[in-house]
Design a protein around this ligand. Sequence first.
Ligand SMILES: Cc1cc2nc3c(=O)[nH]c(=O)nc-3n(C[C@H](O)[C@H](O)[C@H](O)COP(=O)(O)OP(=O)(O)OC[C@H]3O[C@@H](n4cnc5c(N)ncnc54)[C@H](O)[C@@H]3O)c2cc1C
Ligand SMILES: *[C@@H]1O[C@H](CO)[C@@H](O)[C@H](O)[C@H]1NC(C)=O
Ligand SMILES: *[C@@H]1O[C@H](CO)[C@@H](O)[C@H](O)[C@H]1NC(C)=O
Length: 296
Amino acid sequence: MPAEGTGMRVAVVGAGVTGLAATKCCLDEGLEPTCFEQSQDIGGLWRYTEHIEAGRPSLYPSVISNTSKEMSAFSDFPFPEHFPVFLPNALLLDYLRRYAERFGLRERIRFGTTVVSIRKRPDFATTGQWNVVTEAGGKQTSDIFDAVMVCTGNFSEPSLPLQCFPGIERFRGQYFHSRQYKHPDVFQGKRVLVVGMGNSGVDIAVEASRVAAKVSISTTRGAWLFSRVSEHGYPWDMVLNTRLMSLIKTNLPGPLAWWLINHKANQRFNHENYGLQPEKRLVSVAFPVCHGEGSK
Ligand SMILES: Cc1cc2nc3c(=O)[nH]c(=O)nc-3n(C[C@H](O)[C@H](O)[C@H](O)COP(=O)(O)OP(=O)(O)OC[C@H]3O[C@@H](n4cnc5c(N)ncnc54)[C@H](O)[C@@H]3O)c2cc1C
Ligand SMILES: *[C@@H]1O[C@H](CO)[C@@H](O)[C@H](O)[C@H]1NC(C)=O
Ligand SMILES: *[C@@H]1O[C@H](CO)[C@@H](O)[C@H](O)[C@H]1NC(C)=O
């Protein structure tokens, strides 16, 4: 391993949002980060490609952030003034490119390099060092690092539990995971069932509804529907993530917190009328779905 300086050598795995921030923070602390990115560019999830790459999440072109630029910015690197409050995926990537440029991160990244194993060295008990094996162009290399930060993301493997759909093998229509979804034209004139109403499910159902013959959404638990634009025109995450709200969330007894959310959510939109009302005991898992104003 070539000596890169006097600081501790840190291997950062992945150059998405997390890996970029980790690399930057290592530099801030005088450490010597080397970031390994299996693909050819930064951005991770936020780099849209028409072609789906193994090991990297896949977006559909219409993805817009569900968190506002104010709440999503790195604390020392605000989004440009002229960017909209909620960000089309290409602008989020643009922001990450500016971040990498501003803090000189690119020269720290080895592109086209996959980390294939991370093991403690035999003398780990005294040195705390790791053996990191990477693969690039079919060739494996082993390096020693003092620390490793795994920033590989969480959305590159689709969860498609076909065993929950008995008889699916006889279904003559098409079925696929949202990871495979790119454009609504695949739904032209079709009857479509969207299973699950997280952010992707709702986005895709809305897009499909413009071209399909009929669209239904199925949800077992219901979901709170929030608009991206909240009280007084502020982004929803600025209204909900305040000191007061966090005090309420951590100190109110569960049923009371549930009642508050329920009251708030149903002021704008009666969930009962649409069969969406989440069950009481599930308050902790029903996270808001952003929808409507600001999504286009
Ligand atoms: C549709 C969708 C919308 C989302 N919207 C928002 C939002 O609006 N706001 C928000 O805050 N969050 C959102 N998220 C969450 C999202 O996960 C984070 O915003 C962020 O992209 C996570 O970054 P990451 O760096 O952890 O992972 P990723 O962006 O997945 O990056 C991981 C990187 O690691 C690389 N990698 C993986 N394995 C290896 C390996 N073995 N060796 C080398 N490199 C490797 C990959 O190629 C990739 O570049 C959304 C997620 C999805 C799926
Ligand atoms: C992704 O997150 C889910 C839910 O927190 C977790 O169960 C799963 O193990 C994670 N997967 C990876 C690859 O980190
Ligand atoms: C934003 O959307 C992603 C993808 O659906 C989801 O994982 C995440 O929880 C959402 N964030 C919020 C705060 O709703």
